[in-house]
Design a protein around this ligand. Structure first.
Ligand SMILES: [Fe+2]
Length: 243
């Protein structure tokens, strides 16, 4: 399925859906644009959870949808100033807030929308995932982003393949797949914020809704075939060393 067709196909259905929000959250033309965006992301994420589309299609679709909306409009739509003032910056790692978009409590989304705040030099610590995917859109600031495929995993370590090492700024979306680019590590180069789209519970048969594996990247050992064997670590260890 091409990128264009993922969103185009969903559009026909999305037009029939009502997001059921309070009027104040999506007032004005920019508000309606955000309402449409959230509806589309919700449908794309529901389609992923229902196995109607692949993870690759979901990643491409999110990229397409978020590229159509200016970050400044998105920031208005999530009430950025109020949320950012509320969560501040963490001394280590990140501070986060769930975004409610003013939706009524009966309306549940197929994805978890969050705001991440990361101060200069602080990081979203290096980690891999299971049973979830996510996409991260910088709204302001800049990050050094590194990503890796998750090749295999055991109780003590993940084996990974480097896929990206780049600086990202407002509008540069990055996402993870179930294996492809599944490990990520963001270091803020200035006070920075991201809008995050998180979809967990991809495999309903699994006991855990999702899992996170924090990684000691400095202790990575190269393997003979060009991969890295990276020890797992606890959240508190990882925050002390990388947060
Ligand atoms: Fe993550």
């Amino acid at each position: 399925m091409t990128r264009r067709s993922v969103v185009a196909q969903l559009g026909a259905i999305t037009a029939l859906l009502s997001i059921g929000c309070g009027a104040s959250a999506f007032a004005g033309p920019a508000g309606r644009e955000i309402e449409r965006l959230i509806s589309r992301i919700d449908e794309l994420s529901g389609s992923l959870r229902g196995a109607v589309i692949s993870v690759e299609d979901w990643r491409a679709g999110i990229d397409e949808l978020l590229s159509q909306v200016p970050e400044t409009d998105l920031m208005k739509g999530i009430d950025f100033e109020r949320l950012a003032a509320r969560i501040g910056f963490a001394e280590l790692g990140v501070s986060t807030a769930r975004i409610d978009f003013g939706l009524d409590e009966q309306r549940t989304l197929h994805f978890l929308p969050k705001l991440f705040a990361v101060n200069t030099g602080r990081s979203i610590i290096p980690h891999g995932h299971a049973n979830m995917v996510s996409a991260h859109l910088p709204l302001t600031g800049a990050f050094r982003l590194r990503q890796y495929d998750q090749v295999s995993r055991d109780e003590r370590a993940l084996t990974v393949r480097p896929t990206a090492d780049r600086v990202i700024r407002a509008g540069d979306l990055s996402s993870i797949g179930e294996d492809d680019d599944n490990v990520h590590w963001f270091i803020a180069q200035e006070p920075s914020y991201t809008f995050d789209v998180i979809v967990s519970g991809l495999d309903d048969g699994r006991e855990q809704t999702f899992e996170i594996f924090n990684l000691d990247m400095e202790a990575a050992e190269p393997t003979a075939n060009g991969l890295l064997n990276v020890p797992r670590m606890t959240v508190s260890e990882a925050l002390r060393k990388y947060g």
